[in-house]
Design a protein around this ligand. Structure first.
Ligand SMILES: O=C(O)CCC(=O)C(=O)O
Length: 358
């Protein structure tokens, strides 16, 4: 892969989110009507900056992941800022759409952070009493899950007895969980990020056993099942206990959600989007009762739990009403199914109004 490419401004303008250099720059380079012509020659470096071939410094400094993907696919450029991305074959024209400003509960700064980084963290959302109520209810299912995993030789799907356990779609069985999923703050946040008609898409608890070095691999939440509105899936990750670097906190690659759905390799411990830890990854330690709200497209992982207590978390994914899952059958045809199971994917918002949970 190339470290630097020479091309034209016409080619660079094919990038759907291209930001034109300031007209004063065009004027400095002597272009008559303060516009750089399509035929002008450009150099894109491995840092993704664009310079004129006869130029001094860079005239465009765009470090966004979707720009890196464009340069990678179009010119074979190897960026020094991002890992190389493999676009999902069903996602040929994905474009990240800004969530905008003037929201119900998200401040403009939070909406901007969501667009730029792919996540926001809201600290101390759950009261201690409500947190205890939710955890006590989720704990009821944990013992059954571990027993089932033991009966299956210690491993049941991606649950591994003594290391990590995933307990899925519990909302239909748990009133405290349904209450948590439909907390007013979350309903309004989902209005801001998804729109007026929202469903629960998926929920699961994730318990990391004490002294378990098992990491949950880099993935996008959209990397398990392809959907027709991937940019609209929003995950709320609840820290049910404290979670930091020694106890299995979240790690993210900020900004990488903008590239859209990526190819995942199926692995024994979960689907994997990057073979190696990307250099721009950051940890997101959180206190119990806090939530991280992130784009279902944001690559993330969690590390091992080296403490002597169980790290507990809850994953709740929301999606627009009307979203479809898309699978490819053995004959290469698309199989489209709506994500609208009334028991496990119930409505959270209808026409912008909260749907009262049962
Ligand atoms: O909580 C964890 O350790 C992993 C959560 C996660 O990324 C997921 O379940 O998709």
């Amino acid at each position: 892969m190339a470290q630097e490419v020479r091309t034209t401004f016409g080619e660079l303008r094919q990038f759907a989110a291209w930001v034109e250099p300031d007209a004063r720059i065009a004027a400095q380079y002597g272009f008559q009507d303060r516009t750089i012509p399509d035929s002008a020659q450009a150099i894109v470096g491995s840092d993704l900056a664009v310079s004129m071939t006869n130029g001094r410094g860079p005239i465009v400094n765009d470090a966004r992941a979707d720009w890196a993907l464009f340069c990678q696919e179009r010119f074979g450029l190897r960026s020094s800022r991002w890992p190389s991305f493999r676009r999902h074959p069903l996602s040929d024209s994905f474009l990240w759409r800004s969530v905008g400003s003037g929201k119900r509960v998200l401040s403009d700064a939070e909406a901007e952070a969501y667009d730029r980084d792919g996540y926001v963290i809201v600290e101390d959302v759950l009261s201690k009493a409500f947190l205890e109520e939710v955890v006590a209810d989720l704990d009821r299912f944990e013992a059954e899950r571990v027993t089932a995993a033991n009966a299956a030789g210690g491993k049941n799907n991606i649950t591994q007895a003594g290391k990590v356990s995933f307990n899925v779609q519990l909302a239909r069985h748990s009133a405290p969980l349904r209450k948590l999923i439909a907390l007013p703050l979350l309903q309004h946040m989902m209005y801001d990020l998804i729109g007026p008609n929202v469903r629960l898409y998926w929920d699961q608890s994730v318990y990391k056993s004490p002294n378990s070095c098992l990491a949950f691999p880099w993935h996008q939440d959209t990397g398990y099942t392809y959907v027709d509105q991937p940019g609209k899936i929003v995950t709320a990750w609840f820290a049910l206990t404290d979670a930091d670097e020694d106890s299995g906190c979240m790690w993210v690659l900020p900004g990488s959600h903008r590239v859209g759905p990526l190819v995942h390799e199926k692995g024994e411990f979960g689907n994997r989007v990057f073979a190696e830890d990307p250099s721009g990854m950051i940890p997101l330690p959180m206190r119990a009762g806090s939530i991280m709200v992130f784009a279902g497209l944001l690559p993330h992982m969690t590390g091992g739990n080296f403490q002597n207590w169980t790290r507990k978390a809850l994953v709740v994914e929301y999606a627009p009403d009307g979203m479809n899952r898309i699978a490819i059958d053995p004959w290469g045809d698309k199989v489209i199914s709506p994500a609208n199971n009334p028991h496990t994917q119930f409505n959270v918002l209808r026409d912008g109004r909260p749907v009262v949970s049962r």
